[in-house]
Design a protein. Structure first.
Length: 300
């Protein structure tokens, strides 16, 4: 619907084929792909905290979003799924929860099964599936090109102090005013061309502190096995998966909802630092089972 309403055709070119990107109800395939990936990842987080039928509901909902994720034709959005799973497993291992790694990763089997079903439905010869499977070797060079070389080229072009905030915003292309004509695909190169070296260093310092603080909060809740630990590790891994994708392409941040949602998600993780509860899940269950005994124990 978004494609037809905007009278746009988004295509990608492969070796001997053309991929027609799908936007769905959204204004671009990037936006559709991000929403589909986000649905899958957030339902995995909710499945970590649910039991029985509710867990299966979240897993099936996340699996259904896989079809939209594959149809959008954006590799970086599809790669958010393995990036999220690797981040969750790494956070659990670093916190010493070796026995929960298989449990957490095992939840991903349902969305992966839906991915296999979508693969069979679309066909191995479909242009979308060929694009995802035949370009795996381009991932490493793409990260290097957009995350490192593009930053250097932007520095050579924009200088030490950059060209000014907002000059690389995608929406600015629609405004007929005199301005520097720049287009930055990756997030780091956009920061460099707008804010220069001082802004890039300041942003690196900020992100480093956010990631360090997020790890401190997440590890504390994981080691205490608190009731909030699944949300902490899930939302922190969600932020890391998005940060990894923005190295390759930062255009999705032009959407104000996406920017606000990412800030809200990492803000929820950081807010858990003020949570004074260090109670384990097992202890919390026992308190719910025997409230009167618990109250008497707390009074003494």
């Amino acid at each position: 619907m978004g494609t037809k309403a905007l009278e746009m055709d988004w295509v990608r070119y492969g070796q001997g084929y053309v991929v027609n990107l799908v936007a769905g109800f959204y204004r671009s395939p990037d936006v559709m792909g991000w929403h589909a990936a986000t649905v899958t990842l957030l339902t995995l987080i909710l499945a970590m905290t649910a039991r029985g039928g509710r867990r299966w509901f979240w897993l099936l909902l996340g699996g259904a979003a896989i079809a939209a994720l594959l149809l959008c034709g954006r590799r970086k959005m599809v790669y958010m799924i393995p990036a999220f799973l690797v981040s969750v497993a790494a956070l659990q291992l670093l916190a010493g929860h070796y026995n929960k790694v298989l449990t957490r990763v095992g939840l991903a089997l349902v969305p992966l099964a839906f991915m296999w079903l979508a693969h069979n439905w679309m066909g191995a010869d479909s242009t979308h599936m060929r694009y995802y499977t035949e370009t795996l070797d381009e991932t490493g060079p793409s990260v290097q090109e957009h995350g490192y070389h593009a930053v250097l080229e932007s520095y050579y072009d924009a200088g030490f102090f950059g060209k000014g905030m907002g000059v690389a915003a995608p929406g600015l292309l629609q405004i007929k005013v005199a301005r520097p004509r720049v287009w930055q695909e990756s997030g780091p190169s956009r920061v460099m061309v707008e804010l220069g070296v001082p802004g890039a260093l300041a942003l690196m310092f900020l992100l480093g502190n956010i990631i360090y603080a997020g790890w401190q909060v997440t590890s504390r809740h994981l080691r205490a096995d608190s009731a909030a630990s699944p949300y902490a590790v899930g939302l922190f891994a969600f932020f890391l998966a998005n940060a990894g994708g923005l190295v390759v392409s930062g255009q999705i941040l032009a959407d104000p909802f996406v920017s606000a949602f990412l800030g809200l998600s990492i803000g929820m993780v950081l807010s858990l630092a003020r949570d004074p509860v260090h109670m384990t899940k097992r202890r919390a269950t026992s308190l719910r089972a025997a409230p009167h005994t618990a109250i008497m124990a707390l009074q003494h």
